[in-house]
Design a protein around this ligand. Structure first.
Ligand SMILES: Cc1cc2nc3c(=O)[nH]c(=O)nc-3n(C[C@H](O)[C@H](O)[C@H](O)COP(=O)(O)OP(=O)(O)OC[C@H]3O[C@@H](n4cnc5c(N)ncnc54)[C@H](O)[C@@H]3O)c2cc1C
Length: 401
């Protein structure tokens, strides 16, 4: 049994865990991040770096270096509805250094954060360390136990930060009460090759489905969004039906849809939307998807996770720098600060996508425009409001120290 001690043990090296680790170490706190995978090379975790996250990198003085990494820019979101283009989010009027969403593979973003964080003496990251349970003393969380390649690891800490995503082991072992929301969709995730210079509409709705295309240079990362609980029916209908549905939405893909040769080429992701009633216990705080699993709608989950991390570092930084266990009032302050933006964002995520599906799945929304989209055509300034909501969010956080 290997034993370690730290002031703040962060479970999960995703956007929430790494940003929190970086900002706390930057303030002089001792942090140990435990990540269960051996690298960050995982797909399907979203590729969007929003204006508010880019603004944080600007505040930290790293934006020019960050933008050297390969990325594409999206200044507004336009979809095709009933044969007409509708712009429903525009980021160009945001008063920030980068008024656009940068699309970048998440592993590049996480590698960048890790490299920056390693410059701080207090920062340690342990890969291949899978947390299995919390260590408790009476009602107080005092550390975690983890599996590592050499065997077992025990980490004692003044604070455990649960940032281990939507299937969080931390929140399960802490018996935290989860309030579930019913997301209207699930996602099939796959790749198709991209021809040089090819450009597609980002998003296309069809009968009971939506296809989203993310330009990854040599290939298209495709998200095929279906109503929640329909995956068995999609699978039973067969791969040929899936391929022809894709071509119906994007006829340009007819020449390569055969690249989906078997179901193993398609990844199914059950979308969950939920939140903890209480994000903390003495010695423990959950943030990011561990505190509130986000749907991919609007691509705002990474953003929210990063904002939680900034608020955590702002509020808990001084206690952790002193080596103290943050009092419960401080943990509650983090929840108070972040819960409102989370609840509003989740409510919008769930309602917006529900409105996109026709009640009868045989109806084709590409033939008639849903009410919400007609509104964007009639009131163009609305697109700047949604641009702000998606790009910056509610109650934006700025690093204080
Ligand atoms: C299909 C899909 C697409 C999405 N697309 C987007 C998008 O385009 N843009 C966007 O902003 N959001 C998107 N989201 C939401 C987004 O992925 C999350 O909201 C965001 O990643 C949350 O960040 P996080 O750091 O809280 O958690 P995560 O990103 O889930 O990170 C958690 C980390 O903890 C690690 N971990 C888990 N368990 C353990 C353990 N026991 N021990 C140690 N480590 C552990 C994981 O390996 C992972 O690295 C999408 C979600 C889905 C389901």
């Amino acid at each position: 049994m290997r034993k370690e001690e730290t002031i703040c043990c962060i479970v999960g090296g995703g956007p929430a865990g790494l940003v929190a680790g970086l900002l706390l170490a930057r303030q002089g706190a001792d942090v140990l991040v435990l990540e269960k995978h051996g690298d960050f090379l995982r797909d399907f975790r979203g590729d969007t770096i929003h204006p508010s996250t880019l603004e944080l990198l600007h505040e930290l003085g790293w934006i020019d270096e960050f933008l050297q990494l390969p990325h594409t820019k999206m200044t507004h979101v336009t979809v095709e509805m009933a044969g007409a283009p509708v712009t429903f989010a525009d980021f160009r009027r945001l008063r920030v250094r980068c008024p656009y969403v940068a699309f970048m593979p998440q592993w590049d973003f996480l590698d960048f954060l890790t490299n920056k964080a390693r410059a701080y003496r207090g920062f340690r990251l342990m890969m291949n360390a899978e947390v299995t349970e919390l260590m408790e003393d009476a009602d107080h969380v005092v550390g975690v136990r983890a599996r590592i390649p050499e065997g077992q690891l025990e980490v004692r800490a003044r604070l455990v930060l649960g940032a281990d995503g939507r299937h969080s082991i931390v929140r399960r072992s802490a018996n935290m009460e989860v309030v579930k929301n019913s997301p209207p969709m699930d996602v099939l995730w796959f790749r198709l090759s991209r021809r040089p210079g090819e450009e597609f509409t980002f998003f296309r709705p069809g009968r009971g489905r939506v296809l989203i295309c993310i330009n990854r240079g040599e290939y298209w990362q495709m998200a095929y969004v279906i109503p929640s609980g329909q995956f068995d029916a999609v699978k039973a209908a067969g791969l040929d039906t899936l391929r022809s549905n894709i071509v119906e939405l994007f006829p340009q893909l007819a020449d390569r849809v055969e690249e989906l040769g078997e179901w193993d080429d398609v990844r199914f992701l059950r979308v969950s939307v939920d939140r903890l009633r209480r994000w903390f216990r003495p010695g423990l705080l959950c943030i990011g998807d561990a505190a509130h699993a986000m749907s991919p709608a609007g691509g705002v989950g990474i953003n929210l996770a990063v904002q939680d991390a900034v608020a955590t570092a702002n509020i808990l930084g001084p206690s952790l720098r002193r080596g103290d266990s943050p009092p419960v009032q401080e943990l509650r302050r983090v929840q108070r600060r972040r819960e409102f933006p989370t609840r509003v964002t989740q409510a919008v995520q769930v309602r917006a996508f529900r409105g996109l599906y026709p009640k009868d799945l045989r109806d084709d929304p590409s033939l008639h425009m849903p009410f919400g989209f007609r509104l964007f055509r009639r009131l163009p300034p609305l697109r700047h409001l949604t641009g702000r909501f998606i790009g910056i969010g509610i109650r934006p956080e700025h690093k204080r120290r």
